[in-house]
Design a protein. Structure first.
Length: 239
């Protein structure tokens, strides 16, 4: 048996402001920091040895993982950071208000942009200071791998090869892994892991700062999935 722990970062300042963040490097809100600490306390009760620690290149997911590790009193471990686990790139929508865009475009259009599997927002101009090409934290990523916009399908195409190569192999070797990532990235991975169709993925929402425990058997098949905080859980659709 092996365990994959997946946690969406705690509430960010953009979550709180109801804005599209995407690849912007925003931090956690005070509530988000509390959520991350609570996630650590919930994991502490599991008494589970974690062998590998993964996160994105973005501050909100990195801070969440560090707060969890601090709560677990885990020090001097390698935190593996990869843009493969970055949030979905929202194109021209980045930094804009979700409620304002609903008024301008209509709620159905914005719902499709946010929740559907294949719909892409309009690409962000590469000259924009909001484009990840123009942010120092992404300087080491090959330019060809920095998107101008993404659908959830694109997000899955970005994160799945890395997941298959680096995570699945370790799970097969009975290693326990934690991934601190983002709502859409986790949705994309769960579409693959839970075998969700395009309609089901629209219904899947991932709660901030609440660890999801995924148990695998010796054949790397999922046998159990659940949120640790039962009071804040959301429907995982397939489990």
């Amino acid at each position: 048996m092996s365990t994959l722990i997946v946690v969406r970062h705690g509430e960010s300042n953009f979550n709180r402001a109801n804005k599209f963040a995407g690849w912007l490097n925003v931090g956690l809100s005070k509530k988000g920091r509390r959520e991350a600490v609570k996630a650590g306390l919930l994991l502490k009760k599991q008494k589970l040895k974690i062998h590998f620690y993964y996160t994105s290149l973005q501050a909100r997911s990195i801070s969440t993982l560090k707060l969890i590790l601090n709560t677990l009193r885990i020090k001097n471990v390698e935190i593996i950071k990869t843009h493969a686990f970055n949030e979905r790139m929202y194109g021209e929508l980045q930094n804009l208000s979700k409620s304002r865009m609903s008024k301008l475009l209509g709620s159905k259009k914005v719902h499709a942009l946010r929740r559907s599997f294949s719909t892409r927002p309009k690409p962000l101009n590469r000259r924009s200071h909001l484009h990840p090409r123009n942010m120092k934290i992404y300087n080491k990523i090959p330019r060809s791998q920095i998107p101008d916009t993404e659908s959830l399908r694109d997000c899955l195409s970005r994160c799945l090869p890395y997941f298959r190569k680096n995570i699945f192999s370790k799970l097969k070797n009975k290693k326990n892994i934690i991934i601190s990532s983002h709502g859409n990235t986790i949705r994309a991975l769960f579409k693959f892991l839970f075998k969700l169709n395009s309609k089901e993925i629209e219904q899947l929402n991932i709660v901030t700062g609440n660890p999801i425990m995924i148990k695998f058997n010796s054949k790397n098949k999922i046998v159990k999935v659940h949120y640790l905080d039962k009071k804040r859980k959301a429907d995982l659709i397939a489990f």
